[in-house]
Design a protein around this ligand. Structure first.
Ligand code: B12
Ligand code: SF4
Ligand code: SF4
Length: 379
């Protein structure tokens, strides 16, 4: 089949599978990517995401990942909301879970659909294909910009004129030489809404994100304790963050998402923090079954919930923190101590001596010692 007819067949299948947009880039269309990725890594902006360093040569150059590849089909699926995703931030006794995570894991949904599109390409073109969504060493955003799906905004996420900041991305590498589409150009202009809204000041400059300060990184990827200086900015965001995406003026053209397999799951939009703090491992897994939240595990998630409780300013939530000061996880115990001290320092004081007497974890001790430095210096 001729390359342009093959491309049209692929794009038609992509639409039939529910993708909002699909376009093609040549495999060598992101020449700036190796230097940009190297600079980002050299600055340590990936934090503890060691997997971003591994195979970084293959990540930045599709031909290093697969030398026979000739073209990349980039696909986007909208998850645009039909209401303001930031409204939850003012309900400080409830949990803000980012929009992408309050539904079935997009990796599972999109992978199946990519395989369908790639299967057609392989069958009709007699070519080889590989599909990727997020988990492989692939730079999806620059490739999507090169294919013309949108541009990398100052918040570094891909923005589309039609779908705003709300596109999940996926890629098909292929040995087929498909006609490439024109790249998209930057339409941010003088706007800097996304930079100014960031609660933790995670952008050292436009187009540069320091993951170590980003709430998405801290609440999802970061396995250890969260620095005290960053906790207040987290507010009630217990999994991910939508702020920089949600304020983008280009979202006004985005129609609410249609894909039913990515429909928002009922009941995850305003869960009471008190209920979440009470989850054990089994209950956590059941509540978040099939969603991206499940991947962090219960302990890391409860760490985040306790930070939200500490930030709530609601003394009635102190009881939820107090109930966790003896939790088996030091991540949880540390933030239980911190939240309790924030909400009810008097009650915290009644627990501190006993907690310190039995506590050997240095990080948990540090939280209690913020309240009562004396026992440590006396011992
Ligand atoms: C690592 C990662 C993260 C990290 C780091 C984010 C980041 N900005 O790199 C963390 C954990 C923080 C993260 C958070 C989120 N992520 Co994420 N993440 C990824 C992943 C796996 C790799 C991204 C990457 O290559 N980063 C490396 C750096 C070098 O790339 P970069 O961001 O493109 O940064 C460079 C550009 O800005 C470039 N640049 C481009 N133009 C210009 C112009 C100028 C003038 C300059 C100087 C530089 C420049 O230079 C920068 C380096 O300095 C991708 C999936 C994938 N395989 O691509 C998903 C992905 C980017 N994430 C995604 C999502 C949805 C999110 C969140 C919205 C989730 C949430 N709600 O909490 C947040 C958004 C936070 C944000 N503002 O970026 C989507 C974004 C979809 C889209 N429309 O772009 C992706 C594509 C996953 C997917 N398949 O859909 N993520
Ligand atoms: S996702 Fe939130 S914390 Fe991360 S850069 Fe955007 S606004 Fe800042
Ligand atoms: S909010 Fe403004 S600066 Fe940020 S990505 Fe959107 S248009 Fe660009």
């Amino acid at each position: 089949m001729k390359a342009d007819r093959l491309k049209q067949a692929v794009l038609a299948r992509a639409v039939a599978e529910g993708f909002s947009v699909a376009r093609v880039a040549a495999v060598d269309a992101i020449p700036d990517a190796p230097a940009r990725l190297a600079a980002w890594l050299a600055q340590g902006h990936h934090g503890e995401m060691g997997w971003m360093e591994e195979r970084s040569d293959q990540r930045a150059d599709p031909q290093r990942l697969w030398s026979e590849a000739k073209s990349v089909v980039m696909l986007g699926m909208s998850y645009a909301p039909d209401s303001d995703p930031l409204a939850i931030l003012s309900q400080n006794d409830k949990a803000a879970i980012s929009l992408y995570a309050r539904r079935r894991d997009y990796h599972d949904v999109i992978k199946g659909k990519l395989k369908s599109v790639a299967g057609l390409l392989a069958a009709q073109g007699g070519v080889d294909v590989k599909v990727f969504v997020d988990t492989a060493p692939v730079m999806e955003k620059p490739l999507a910009q090169a294919a013309g799906l949108g541009w990398q905004g100052k918040h570094t996420v891909l923005v589309s004129r039609e779908h705003g900041s709300w596109l999940f991305l996926g890629a098909i590498y292929t040995t087929a030489e498909l006609p490439a589409d024109a790249p998209e150009t930057d339409h941010c202009g003088s706007c800097r809404r996304c930079l100014d809204i960031c609660p933790t000041d995670a952008f050292p400059a436009p187009y540069q994100l320091d993951s170590r300060r980003c709430i998405a990184y801290l609440t999802i990827e970061h396995a250890g304790h969260i620095d005290e200086g960053l906790r207040a900015g987290i507010g009630n965001r217990v999994f991910g963050c939508d702020d920089c995406l949600a304020v983008c003026p280009w979202n006004k053209f985005a129609e609410a998402a249609q894909e039913t397999r990515l429909a928002l799951r009922d009941g995850l939009d305003a869960l009471p923090l008190a209920d979440l703090a009470g989850l054990d491992d089994a209950a956590f897994r059941t509540l978040f079954s099939g969603t991206p939240v499940k991947r962090t595990g219960r302990d890391r998630f409860i760490r985040n919930v306790l930070i939200a409780i500490g930030n709530s300013g609601r003394p009635e939530l102190a009881v939820s923190a107090a109930a966790l000061i003896c939790d088996p996880s030091p991540l949880v115990r540390a933030m239980a101590a911190w939240a309790l001290i924030k909400l009810d320092p008097v009650q915290a004081g009644t627990f501190a001596a006993a907690a310190l007497a039995s506590e050997s974890d240095i990080d948990v001790r540090r939280e209690w010692l913020a309240l009562t430095p004396e026992p440590e210096s006396a011992s």
